[in-house]
Design a protein around this ligand. Structure first.
Ligand code: 6OD
Length: 491
């Protein structure tokens, strides 16, 4: 495996040493794998100033076509260095090769291509306005960049989610400062190399490394940062919102979820079992879209639960590159302890554990890692904290329901509103139920099927705004209206 031994900040087109570094720890065996820079307040300040300056330089003068061409080169270069990106993502997260090569890294390249292309079609609006005096005015809007965008990205889909923001921000002509999670800085570091290699002008892309709130606060509170985009927990979103309130900066947040899957009596049960197993356990349950609450109609409940347990037991956990391994460890010891404490709490509250509930025993170095068992439980009320709080691990609670109305109201009974998955072969039911879900994303007979042009985001504590396609382009642009009065007569 290719190791990146020391990860540095990338500021104004240069990799810079920092005064202090912290350890990058492997979630597979708890061993140190690299040193990661802790950006100083001066480094953060110089990144923001470099970005501000770059807006006035070549980048600010570039045509949309030229920017688009450069972003395509970024995508090409990610693909040219595919195996390095794969190894770096695996080293930081321990996730399976299967996932990294089918989801994480290809999506990063797709993000750049999609927004590079969309930028060419990102136009303003025009209106011809009839005035009271019988004259006319022509209104047209132009899209300007917001300026310097701070991007704070999470550890669960590190490169995928960072580039989901970097690509549209750059496509719209902004300069960016990326602050990846301290758990997963490696692919962000490789991306900085790629930006350098393809000739993204100095200061347009800056990478600030460091730990959580400390570095994040300095960045988001900086008076010269013009907008903030964040994916992560709802509590961090609330924290950032308070910090930036006085600056009244545009924010885009994709936050937590407590997503429901609803399996109706008319579902294709094989597909539903496979789908719910995937939505509950992909990435070891560490996707904001993952299902943690499953509602199954009484008529098929017993059969469905037995099959879901069988599917969960068949999931192979292990080393990322071992054949047939689907899931790896959780991201860190701290997160493992958090998820385990939910497992224990569930047992104390009287949950029946149908499978899992603990830590697998490998009898080797992996016992020092952050592995955990896929877990299925039943028997808790909808109000139990296990059914209300986001756990972000490979666990789902299965409950029984009797009617459509009942299950809609139970599924919606949460402070979150990100995603829902509905399993039914009845077309009318699908169309009747989907719009009634209080979420930003509904999947029917599938889960996490993505088209990057569609609106993506949540309601309630799950976020603010939408990303994807025209929605991202709108967020990263400042629409400016120009109104021209047209005199009626020739003077
Ligand atoms: O697929 C995407 O574009 C996306 N934003 C996924 C988010 C997953 C959150 O963990």
């Amino acid at each position: 495996m290719n190791m990146l031994n020391a990860l540095h900040c990338y500021i104004d087109g240069k990799f810079q040493p920092s005064e202090s570094y912290f350890d990058n720890i492997s979630p597979i065996n708890g061993e140190k794998i690299a040193d990661i820079a802790e950006a100083s307040p001066q480094q953060i300040d110089s990144a923001v100033h470099a970005a501000k300056q770059a807006l006035k330089g070549d980048w600010g003068q570039m045509s949309v076509q030229q920017r688009s061409l450069l972003l395509h080169k970024v995508a090409d270069r990610i693909e040219a260095r595919l195996s390095e990106f794969i190894d770096a993502e695996i080293a930081d997260t321990g996730k399976s090769l299967h996932q990294v090569e089918t989801i994480d890294i290809p999506r990063a390249a797709a993000n750049f291509r999609t927004f590079a292309d969309l930028a060419k079609f990102h136009t303003g609006e025009t209106f011809v306005t009839d005035t009271l005096s019988g004259e006319q005015a022509l209104n047209y809007s132009i899209n300007k960049p917001l300026g310097v965008v701070a991007i704070i990205s999470p550890w669960n889909l590190p490169l995928l989610l960072a580039t989901w923001k970097i690509a549209p921000a750059l496509a719209c002509g902004n300069c960016v400062i990326l602050k990846p999670s301290e758990e997963t800085s490696s692919t962000a570091f490789l991306l900085a190399q790629v930006m350098d290699e393809v000739g993204i002008p100095n200061g347009v892309f800056n990478l600030i490394l460091g730990r959580g709130n400390k570095v994040g606060d300095l960045l988001t509170e900086h008076s010269k940062v013009d907008a903030i985009t964040f994916t992560g927990s709802s509590s961090t979103g609330q924290h950032i919102m308070k910090k930036v309130a006085s600056g009244v900066k545009p924010i885009s947040f994709e936050l937590g979820g407590k997503n429901a899957a609803i399996v109706f009596q008319d579902a294709d049960i094989d597909k539903a079992v496979a789908g719910v197993a995937r939505s509950s356990f992909t990435n070891c349950g560490q996707v904001c879209l993952c299902t943690e609450r499953v509602y199954v109609h009484r008529e098929i409940y017993q059969d469905f639960v037995e099959r879901l347990v069988k599917a969960a037991k068949a999931i192979k956990i292990g080393y990322p590159k071992e054949p047939k391994v689907l899931i790896g460890p959780l991201i860190s010891k701290q997160h493992q302890q958090k998820v385990l404490s939910y497992y224990q709490q569930a047992k104390k509250s009287g949950a029946k554990v149908l499978t899992g509930g603990g830590v697998p025993n490998f009898g080797d170095e992996r016992d020092n890692g952050c592995f955990i068992e896929p877990t299925i439980i039943t028997g808790l009320s909808d109000q139990d904290p296990i059914n209300q709080e986001e756990i972000f691990g490979p666990i789902c609670h299965v409950a029984m329901f009797d009617s459509e109305q009942e299950v809609i109201s139970r599924a919606n009974n949460t402070i979150y509103g990100l995603a829902a998955a509905i399993w039914t072969e009845n077309l009318s039911r699908a169309h009747r139920v989907a719009p009634k879900m209080d979420v930003g994303l509904v999947w029917v007979n599938t889960w996490f099927l993505r088209d990057l042009r569609t609106p993506f985001g949540g309601v309630k504590l799950s976020g603010i705004g939408r990303e994807g396609g025209a929605h991202s382009m709108a967020f990263y642009s400042e629409a400016t209206n120009i109104c021209i009065n047209i005199d009626k007569s020739e003077k």
